[in-house]
Design a protein around this ligand. Sequence first.
Ligand SMILES: *[C@@H]1O[C@H](CO)[C@@H](O)[C@H](O)[C@H]1NC(C)=O
Ligand SMILES: *[C@@H]1O[C@H](CO)[C@@H](O)[C@H](O)[C@H]1NC(C)=O
Ligand SMILES: *[C@@H]1O[C@H](CO)[C@@H](O)[C@H](O)[C@H]1NC(C)=O
Length: 450
Amino acid sequence: MVFLRTLTHLSLFALESMYLGHVAAYDNSYYDNVVLYWGQDSYGATHTDTAYLQQPISYYCQDGAVDAIPVAFVDTFFGTGGMPVLNLANTYNPTDNATFSGTELTNCSSLASDIEYCQSRGKIVTISLGGAGGSTGFTDDAQAQTFAQTIWDLFLGGSSTMRPFGGAVLDGVDLDIEGGASTGYAAFVTEIRSLASGASKQYYVTGAPQCPFPDAYLGSVINQVGFDAIYVQFYNNVCGLQNYDVVSDWSFGVWDIWAQQTSPNPNVKIYIGAPASSTAAGTGYLPIGNLSSIAVQMRKSFPSFGGVMLWDASQAYANNRYDLMIKNALVATGSTGFIYPPCSAPAFVSGQAYTGGSQVSYGGYIWEADYWTDSTPSSSSNSGWSAISVCEGGSVTPTTTATSYTTTKPTSTSTSSATSATTTATGTCSGVAAWQSGVTYTAGDEVTYG
Ligand SMILES: *[C@@H]1O[C@H](CO)[C@@H](O)[C@H](O)[C@H]1NC(C)=O
Ligand SMILES: *[C@@H]1O[C@H](CO)[C@@H](O)[C@H](O)[C@H]1NC(C)=O
Ligand SMILES: *[C@@H]1O[C@H](CO)[C@@H](O)[C@H](O)[C@H]1NC(C)=O
């Protein structure tokens, strides 16, 4: 073990002197950040071979591919002795490795230098709380505030006799809450922010909600307190990357609108969270060419875009350095600067009916109709519109015009006219089957109605 570790550090030095003269510090405002979750050995969990078992964290910090590493996970908030439980799979876990006396908190002191190595390469390393199997949650705000102090003392700028990573001071917290209730999380974040204010270095708060908006657990939390970045899990859900081509399923636009109009931190960054290989998630994995073109398209379409989050390090390395390939695609498109596309689609006309696939400009976005709609574009899931890009200038409908159109709106389709509509569909409706009451439709189906 010691011998291997020495070799690793030797090779790190070699790499460093070969092609890494300058180390850039992490910049949360960039558009090309790559976030790589580390700690859960997803490859090892899904393969019997040992070729790509999770390595110590420094192994994944040797080049410029990765900018941020959430360490996953503190998966239980209140374990034995009232202390959190930290489980890093094959690297350190409370069953196989030493824990602090009277607790299930693993003493991972050998990772201190690994973490500091990553930080010296300009990367941030955060502690991720939760995970899919996590035993998480608070009874009330007071308990959450106390827990914030515990996390601060164990992993961040505080002090404790039980520091899992010894003297290494992590760069923030990540909330990957996939169960329980929202109770207390806003108070938790507020307390972390308060402890971090005035500190000599910057601390980050990030969250990893799933892609359906709003998220069941973090939805109300991210509306109440400012996050620095949101790593949206675009996998294991209908809104995942596998359905990028289905405009009504793909929801990045909803997240951008949230970032710009609702988030307490208007500079919050939104990431495409992606599986790093086909075995890293149930659905959502795409070959690197697909993910690259989607990421580049989102980077050019939405100013909140921050980069790509990958689950997880072991899978990315087993999959031909998926992390490095996506980093290259993002870097090629530019770390900084956002050029607003023109509002090239015709201005939305209130009261007019639009067929699926129609595009309009409205409220600073270009929208595409998911299906037939006469609603006003909004990020509400039943408006029938999806925001596909921000836009600037061009044809934005003034509110006054919209109002006058509303007053002259033709008699709208109502449920009572549905029957006649189905039997009299002609003209531009031809070729598309009439909507039938009681029939179940799936995303992408087209019908005529009204
Ligand atoms: C933790 O225990 C596992 C299982 O015995 C072992 O493979 C691993 O090397 C241990 N971790 C460290 C850092 O020693
Ligand atoms: C943590 O582990 C290190 C290395 O084994 C050891 O030196 C240290 O005493 C341990 N800390 C505690 C509080 O048990
Ligand atoms: C992936 O890219 C290929 C080639 O551009 C394309 O044909 C395919 O539809 C894409 N798949 C997805 C799921 O986006």
